[in-house]
Design a protein around this ligand. Structure first.
Ligand code: SAH
Ligand code: AVI
Length: 328
């Protein structure tokens, strides 16, 4: 990775009463215990995710990048001419680069990501390669985004949601997000969505249990983040990464399992763990092409094309305007 480092880092003040603290306390006092996966992505977690994308076992990034590279012109041909491309959960923007390099019809790029530090570093690299592109990064939770930057108000829109991040939602949340994206992107919008496919459980198992243990570090960083930002006293060494395929629900589940009976202090609360008790940290739903198309269709989008290598799929959807008006 070649990311410029800022010279001075000042530790942020401890947050004891904001939304992160509230979500952590709510999740750890729920039964069973859980934490929202969006909190994986502080600067350390985003860097660990980038490492995951380069692992041999983690096929989704390789598959999707190959699909985007091979079919970039066909995908971009679906976009309205002169459009703004809005990417949800843009991460390193590596995948957007494939599309931006294949078309002159994108005038503006709006990467949206919850990890502001990563977002701004990566957005700053783009003008060198795409000097004519207007870039408007938005650092926010994409489920809470109320409007797009005013600068793109007059442009038609295309959406991009790669990585199968849609699989990290529960299916009903995925449907809600697709409707929300439809409202944001507006009439006539096109949406390119990357979706990981159900497949042999051993391939899935390996993708989330890599030999080097990077996925375990990514999972455990959540506890380190809670310590750093909320002043909690988790001992990350007393928790283990568990990831397995739940075939009935067609999802990979990630958990952090307590290796012993223990108590953790967080923002004045004491959270007790039994030996073996887990915190459910992530689901990664796997779809079939048909099941994702049905989800999209029921959420205000008409499937127009799909590209797949059998492992992963990239769907082009067009907003079905008659169905969308109730949400706007
Ligand atoms: N699109 C990239 C990154 C996928 S990882 C790729 O395909 O490789 C998921 C990305 O979504 C991360 O960059 C993370 O910071 C972002 N993300 C996760 N939940 C989010 C949320 N609720 N709002 C905004 N960004 C989110
Ligand atoms: C971002 N998201 C789609 C990844 C996934 O595969 O569910 C996050 C991840 N979790 C573990 N490895 C990668």
């Amino acid at each position: 990775m070649s990311r410029a480092r800022t010279a001075l880092r000042v530790a942020p003040p401890l947050e004891t009463s904001g939304p992160f603290a509230a979500d952590v306390i709510a999740g750890l006092t729920a039964k069973p215990k859980r934490l929202p996966p969006k909190y994986f992505y502080d600067a350390a977690g985003s860097a660990l995710f980038e490492r995951i994308t380069h692992l041999d076992e983690y096929y989704p990034t390789r598959s999707e990048l190959a699909l985007l590279t091979e079919h970039a012109s066909a995908i971009a041909a679906q976009f309205p001419p002169g459009c703004a491309l809005v990417e949800f959960g843009s991460g390193s923007s590596r995948k957007a680069r494939s599309l931006l390099g294949a078309t002159a019809s994108v005038q503006a790029y709006v990467p949206v990501d919850i990890c502001g530090e990563f977002l701004l570093q990566d957005a700053a690299q783009l003008p060198r390669d795409f000097p004519h592109l207007a870039i408007y990064p938005v650092a926010t939770d994409f489920t809470q985004l109320a409007e797009l930057p005013a600068e793109i108000a007059s442009l038609p829109r295309a959406g991009f949601f790669p990585g199968s991040t849609i699989g990290n939602f529960e299916p009903h949340e995925a449907a809600r997000f697709l409707r929300h994206a439809g409202s944001l992107l507006g009439a006539g919008a096109v949406f390119a969505v990357g979706v990981d496919l159900a497949k042999a459980p051993d391939i899935l198992y390996r993708a989330y249990n890599d030999a080097e243990g990077v996925t375990a570090k990514f999972n455990l960083n959540l506890l380190a983040r809670i310590n750093r930002e909320l002043g909690a006293d988790f001992d990350p060494a007393a928790f283990e990464h568990h990831a397995f395929y739940n075939a009935q629900r067609s999802r990979i589940e990630m958990h952090l399992a307590s290796t012993r009976r223990q108590k953790v202090r967080i923002c004045g609360a004491t959270i007790e763990f039994r030996a073996g008790e887990t915190i459910h940290t992530e689901n990664s739903y796997k779809y079939t092409i048909e099941s994702f198309r049905a989800l999209a269709h029921g959420s205000g989008w008409s499937p127009v094309a799909v590209w797949s290598d059998g492992l992963f799929s990239v769907h082009a959807l067009r907003r079905s305007d008659a169905e969308q008006t109730a949400d706007e």
